[in-house]
Structure formats: structure tokens, C-alpha cells
Write a protein that binds this ligand. Structure first.
Ligand code: ZN
Length: 242
């Protein structure tokens, strides 16, 4: 259990307008499951940690490679070859020793989701492949957990928060969208922006602030954020299963 010995750490985020009086307690008592420790996961996890969320679990089975370093800002050249999940939580723990951080270098599959999703208050889907995203959406529906879904490609990205009863990732993408370039091209600052926005949505959702079932689409060339209401599909293969 987190002790938050250093209360001064959070004094500049006390009494923020529009947030509940018990904001810090809500965060301290929250558990966030971060799925993916890549460009989005690096940017999101450090701000979730900075806010003082009591427990963060990071899952990613991959190792750090040199082409990751343009956007995966928690890692250095010395980390090449190390597991992302372990390295990520080492940085989070060093950054904020008040909080509990667990890193799991495991595959995100149904078994892992069945074990972890019910133990956390909210899930962040920051991974990069369609079939895993569908599995995460299914688990969040099954166990009634809200999910912050984020994606980035090139100089565009989106963030949405789903809930039981709202539209889900499967409503939005019934089929996999094939990217024109593989592996996808991503500017680090774009991944950072989308990751930080995902952290913002996560923090606010833990305090019951903000909308769910709404997608924020970011266009960095024109510096536009569009808010799109996502309609729940009546035949979604994820959230309309019997
Ligand atoms: Zn759905």
C-alpha cells in the first residue's frame, strides 16, 4: 500500500478547479493497468506515476531496440536488449518512489487479462496490434472496467475512454485497418502528445471527470483536436456478445 510520505510532492495539484476535494486520495487508492510500454506507454506511465496513482502495473513482452529510442523516452542506449516492462517500472519507481510499480515482461493474452484486469480499476490499452486490442476490449467489457484506448500513426493519433455500456474499440474498428507502411512511422513528439493525453484521460476518469465513449482525434500538422461521439454498434463482435 502506498504511504505517500512526501505530501509536498503533490501540493501543486491540490485544490484544482473542477476536480473533487479527495482527488489525491482517489488517485492514491487507484490501480492502473498499462498494456504496452512503447512510445505511448512511456509518455503515459510517467504522468500517471507523477500524479500519484497508488499502483501501476506495466505489461510488455518486448525488448528495447535502437529504433524505439526516437519515441520511447524512458529508455536510453544502455537499455538496448533489456525488457521494456522491467526498465519502464525501474524509471517510474525512481521518479516516484511513493508508488508501487510492477513490470511484467509477458504476452498480453486472455489468461493474463483474466488475471490482471479485475485487479485494477482502469486499463490503458497502449499496445500496437489489432488482435491484442480486441482481447483487451473483450476483457474490459467482461470485467466491467473502463479502458483508455490510444493509438498513434505518423503525425496523427486518437484517445478514447470506453466503459461498460459505451461504444468499445470493436464498435469503432470491426476489422483490422492495414497501415500503409510497416512498421508504422511515428514522430516521437506525436507519440508523446497522445500518450500524455491518454494519461490525462486516465487520471480524470479515475475521479469520474470527463466523458466516456468519446474519441479525441489529434491532427498534429494542423494542430486540431476533433471530438467524435462514438456510436455503439448493434452488432459489435466485442460488446454485443451474449
Ligand atoms: Zn463494441
Amino acid at each position: 500500500m502506498s504511504t505517500h510520505k512526501s505530501s509536498k510532492r503533490y501540493e501543486r495539484q491540490m485544490n484544482l478547479q473542477s476536480l473533487p476535494d479527495n482527488f489525491q486520495d482517489l488517485l492514491r487508492n487507484s490501480k492502473v493497468l498499462i498494456l504496452g510500454a512503447g512510445g505511448l506507454g512511456c509518455a503515459a506511465s510517467i504522468y500517471v506515476a507523477a500524479a500519484g496513482v497508488g499502483k501501476i502495473t506495466v505489461v510488455d513482452r518486448d525488448t528495447i531496440n535502437e529504433p524505439d529510442l526516437n519515441r520511447q523516452i524512458l529508455y536510453t542506449p544502455e537499455d538496448i536488449g533489456k525488457k521494456k516492462a522491467k526498465t519502464c517500472v525501474e524509471r517510474l519507481h525512481k521518479f516516484n518512489p511513493d508508488i508501487e510499480c510492477v513490470g511484467l515482461a509477458k504476452e498480453i493474452n486472455d489468461k493474463l487479462l483474466k488475471d490482471l484486469v479485475p485487479k485494477h480499476d482502469i486499463v490503458m490499452d497502449l499496445c500496437d496490434n489489432y488482435s491484442t486490442r480486441i482481447k483487451i476490449a473483450e476483457a474490459c467489457q467482461k470485467y466491467g472496467r473502463q479502458c483508455v484506448v490510444a493509438a498513434v500513426n505518423g503525425l496523427e493519433g486518437f484517445v478514447m475512454v470506453t466503459d461498460k455500456g459505451s461504444a468499445c474499440f470493436g464498435c469503432l474498428y470491426p476489422d483490422e485497418v492495414k497501415l500503409s507502411v510497416s512498421p508504422p512511422r511515428v514522430l516521437g513528439a506525436a507519440a508523446g502528445n497522445v500518450g500524455v493525453l491518454a494519461a490525462m484521460r486516465c487520471i480524470l476518469t479515475l475521479c469520474n471527470v470527463g466523458k466516456v465513449g468519446v474519441m479525441y482525434c489529434l491532427d498534429f500538422i494542423n494542430m486540431i483536436i476533433d471530438e467524435i461521439e462514438i456510436t455503439k454498434s448493434t452488432n459489435c463482435h466485442v460488446c454485443c456478445k451474449a
